[in-house]
Structure formats: structure tokens, C-alpha cells
Design a protein around this ligand. Structure first.
Ligand SMILES: Cc1cc2nc3c(=O)[nH]c(=O)nc-3n(C[C@H](O)[C@H](O)[C@H](O)COP(=O)(O)OP(=O)(O)OC[C@H]3O[C@@H](n4cnc5c(N)ncnc54)[C@H](O)[C@@H]3O)c2cc1C
Length: 388
């Protein structure tokens, strides 16, 4: 058993770390204050990510992407996740749902995202006011019309809406089946009803979007009619592992900054770490990060190995997201405490990560839903394959 990362993976890690520190860190406070970066700055970052080989990692070579392994993607997401304010979005690739594009759709939607010409490849609208975790409560409907479909409903928290040229709308097309539709930004019948403020400031908004007799032609169906779940499941599995990876990066930065602080700051004639109450917090942070990193890397390796089936990997990605996101929140809470008043100040990554990692316990499936998926896996699958 050899857990050492290959020289290539170590080199990738070093390159993404440099990019994150040199190109992303300097913009954190700008995004915190003003939201989206100026177009020219954002376009330059996107270009640099392509030049450096950090985009599009999740797109197969046959479709014009880098075809990176899942472990390579995890390592890149981990390093980018050190940045606050969702600046990690400059590393990786578009939502993998766009891989379901047919050749005509690929030219319009996937190819510009592969070339990284657009601020975001697509928005993905699933959640509704009446249904988030419980997708059986989703009410947005698409009804067949001659040559197309008419969509009616309301979607909430539509990340990247407006910045992305297209929204992927998940709509019911039968009592038990849903279909994905590609709806161009500005298309008649789709509008923002409200743009709420959230706990963090990023380049993206998460508006509420209404579909009112929104007519789209058959050509805008993404994947197969009635098969939304197949595409969405793949998206969840990738996103959940990437969230876990980014949480590792956030925790790593927090621990590095806390270590420097408690080694330098003195109180009552001692370095802070010499007060056991503070030193032990750092010890707990390091231990939990180590555990989260091992499980996330191993799951990525298992994805690449091809030796595990989709259902096993689905449960494992859920374990990684659950544990790593809860870990990052505990680490952020302790590190804010270690920094004292400074930990409450936005100038410090501790304060910003404290708010930013909070959503990782909610989006792409809450911690409670992750536990439901894991429990299902424990009950139905071979336990030895799940936890060894
Ligand atoms: C910043 C942000 C960006 C987002 N971006 C997107 C996006 O781009 N596209 C999109 O479609 N959605 C997006 N979401 C929505 C997100 O995925 C949902 O908020 C999430 O899935 C939870 O759904 P909900 O908010 O309806 O909460 P609910 O489902 O109402 O859950 C409320 C609480 O009840 C718990 N709960 C629910 N069911 C159970 C159960 N069976 N057992 C135990 N506990 C349960 C939940 O865990 C949670 O704690 C985003 C959310 C946020 C905050």
C-alpha cells in the first residue's frame, strides 16, 4: 500500500496552490465588497486557468477537455478551495450536466464553456419554494406542445443565473418523471422574481426565477425526455466530492493561519498554543482534516479505479461531503475562536471561511440528506466495500 502522491500529482498541487495564492487570493476582498470582478479581470483569470491546464478538467478529451482523473480534479479543487468568496470557481470545469448535450447543443453551450469564454457554463435550476430535499414536491411542469414544450413553475436559489448564458431547468414531464430543458438567458417566459441577499458575497447571485408559459422547442431538451435524474445524479456525485475537496482546502488554510497566529501571539506570558485550551483546538483541527483528506482521496482513487459501481460511489461521495463539510465548519469555528476579535473581522480568512463553509452543509444535498443516502448504502450494500 503506497499513499504517496505521484510526482505529477504533487506538481499539479503546487501549481494550483501558486495560482490560488497569486491569482485568486488578491481578489477575495474585492468580491467581498463589490461582488463580481470587472469583466476584464474575470476574463483574464479564466484565460490563465486554461493556459495553466486547470480548465476544463472534468470534460473528456474526446469532447475537447483535459480528461483529468477524479483524483487530479480533487487535488485541484482542494487547493482552489483555500480561496474564500467562491473564487475556486476559476478552477475545474463546467457543470458536468452539459456533457449530456447533443452535437448541436454542444456547439452552443458546452464548447464556449470548454474554451472558458463565459463567466459560468450554465445555471442549474432544481430547487423550488415547496421542494428542496424532497424532490417529490417539485411542481414545475413542462407540457408537450407541437414541436416543443411549455414550462410553468418557480425555481429558487438559481446560482449563476444571468452570468451563465443558459439555465438547465428541471421540470416534471409526467407524474413520476422529469426532463431537463436548456433555456437561454433572456428567453421569453423566464424572469427573475426576486434576488435575495445571502450570508456571503460571491460573484454569483442565487435568484428566484419564474417560468410563465415559457415555450422551448424540442431541440432544447438536454439528454432524454423523462431522464433528468440520470444526469442530475452524475452532477451530484461529482459536485459532492468536489465540495469535500474544497472543504479540505479551506480547513488547510485555516489551520496554517491558526498555527502561525498561536505560535506568535502571547497572552499571560505564554505563546497562545501553550495554553492547552488553545493548543488542543489546533490538534483536533489537524486530526479531523487528516481523516477527511484520507477518505476524500481514497474515494477519488476508487472512482478512477473503475472497481466500484455507481451506487457504492454515490454513498461514498455522500460520506466525504458529510464528513468534510462538517469538519471544515468545526475547524472554522475553532479558528475564529483562536484569533479572538480578529477572527470576527472580515480582513481575516477565518471570518470569511467561517461564513463560506456553512453552505457546504446545505447545498447539493444537506448533511441530513447525506446521512439518509449513507444509511441506505449501509443497509443495502456490502459493508466491507463501503467502509474499508
Ligand atoms: C447559496 C445557495 C446556492 C444554491 N444553489 C442552487 C442551485 O444552483 N440550484 C438548485 O437547484 N438549488 C440550489 N440551492 C438549493 C439547495 O440545494 C437547497 O437549499 C438544499 O437542497 C435544501 O433544500 P431546502 O432549502 O428546500 O431545505 P428543506 O428541504 O426544506 O430542508 C430544511 C431542513 O430539513 C431537513 N430535512 C429535510 N428532509 C429531511 C429528512 N428526510 N430527514 C432529515 N432532515 C430533513 C434538511 O436537512 C434541512 O435541515 C442553493 C442553496 C443555497 C443556500
Amino acid at each position: 500500500m503506497d499513499f504517496e502522491l505521484s510526482p505529477e500529482l504533487q506538481a499539479l498541487r503546487a501549481r494550483v496552490r501558486r495560482f490560488t495564492e497569486e491569482e485568486l487570493f488578491p481578489h477575495e476582498l474585492t468580491v467581498e465588497a463589490d461582488g463580481p470582478l470587472p469583466d476584464a479581470v474575470a476574463a483574464r483569470l479564466r484565460r490563465r486557468a486554461v493556459e495553466e491546464g486547470f480548465w476544463p478538467m472534468n470534460v473528456p478529451k474526446a469532447l475537447g477537455g483535459l480528461g483529468s482523473s477524479v483524483l487530479e480534479q480533487v487535488i485541484a479543487q482542494e487547493e482552489a478551495g483555500r480561496a474564500t468568496n467562491d473564487m475556486w470557481g476559476y478552477v475545474g470545469g463546467p457543470y458536468n450536466a452539459l456533457l449530456a448535450c447533443n452535437p448541436e447543443q454542444k456547439k452552443r453551450y458546452l464548447d464556449p464553456a470548454i474554451r472558458n469564454e463565459v463567466p459560468a457554463g450554465a445555471a442549474y435550476a432544481i430547487t423550488e419554494p415547496g421542494g428542496g430535499s424532497d424532490t417529490s414536491n417539485l411542481r414545475t411542469r413542462a407540457v408537450k406542445s407541437p414541436g416543443g414544450w411549455v414550462i410553468d413553475g418557480e425555481k429558487w436559489f438559481v446560482t449563476s443565473y444571468g452570468r451563465a448564458p443558459v439555465t438547465i431547468c428541471h421540470a416534471m414531464t409526467g407524474p413520476e418523471e422529469a426532463t431537463l430543458f436548456l433555456v437561454d438567458v433572456g428567453h421569453p417566459g423566464m424572469r427573475v422574481s426576486r434576488n435575495p441577499h445571502f450570508m456571503t458575497r460571491t460573484e454569483d447571485d442565487h435568484p428566484e426565477v419564474v417560468f410563465e408559459r415559457c415555450e422551448v422547442p424540442d431541440a432544447q431538451v438536454l439528454g432524454e425526455v423523462g431522464k433528468a435524474d440520470a444526469v442530475t445524479k452524475e452532477w451530484f456525485r461529482e459536485e459532492r466530492l468536489h465540495i469535500a475537496a474544497r472543504c479540505l482546502g479551506a480547513a488547510q488554510r485555516l489551520i496554517e493561519e491558526a498555527k502561525a497566529w498561536v505560535s506568535e501571539r502571547e497572552s499571560f506570558g505564554k505563546k497562545l498554543h501553550e495554553h492547552q485550551a488553545i493548543g488542543f483546538m489546533l490538534a483536533d483541527c489537524a486530526t479531523e482534516l487528516y481523516a477527511a483528506r484520507l477518505m476524500t482521496y481514497k474515494t477519488a482513487w476508487e472512482e478512477d479505479s473503475g472497481r466500484f459501481d455507481g451506487k457504492e460511489l454515490h454513498a461514498k461521495a455522500s460520506m466525504c461531503k458529510l464528513y468534510a463539510s462538517e469538519m471544515a465548519n468545526r475547524v472554522a469555528d475553532r479558528v475564529v475562536q483562536m484569533f479572538g476579535g480578529r477572527g470576527y473581522c472580515k480582513d481575516y480568512a477565518a471570518e470569511r471561511h467561517f461564513r463560506h463553509v456553512r453552505v457546504d452543509r446545505i447545498w447539493e444535498g444537506t448533511s441530513e440528506i447525506m446521512r439518509t443516502i449513507i444509511l441506505n448504502g449501509v443497509l443495502k450494500r456490502d459493508l466491507r466495500r463501503l467502509v474499508y
